[in-house]
Design a protein around this ligand. Sequence first.
Ligand code: NI
Length: 170
Amino acid sequence: MALREIRIFGDPVLREKAAPVAEIDDEVRTLAADMVETVTEAEGVGLAGPQVGELRRIIVVYPPPPAADEIRDEPRVFVNPEIRETGGPVESGEEGCLSIPGIYEMVKRPRRIRMHGVDLDGREIDLEVEGAIARIIQHEIDHLDGVLFVDRIGPMRRALLKKKLKAFLE
Ligand code: NI
């Protein structure tokens, strides 16, 4: 396993669309293990392939602890994840991103999702989750399509953020 460099806002790879994983081979398993190590070291709650420069549809999700000091659960790896259904009210929740350090904004997303994907053993996963974990999965799947959480905030907040985001490009 190895730590991978986390790509930061302004890196064009974050704006590209990731390709589906055709086969779960050793290379994919190594990438997933590296992503787990990287997100753990960075103390993030999720990481997507493009964030480490790999345009493949893989995400790692850490179930968030109820308290900051609680030991975190095992991270889960989802290959080719997609949202099949959304439900519940649209809720605002604070998000940040390892690729946009220091920026936290409220983002509106559906409370509940049904996600389909496969795990590293090629087993199909059909997951219905809500709340924080559903938010993280939506955020990570956005990354696979080149979408960042700052794209999903209101125009006023976005205007206020403009200067801060520009600083990443310098
Ligand atoms: Ni992110």
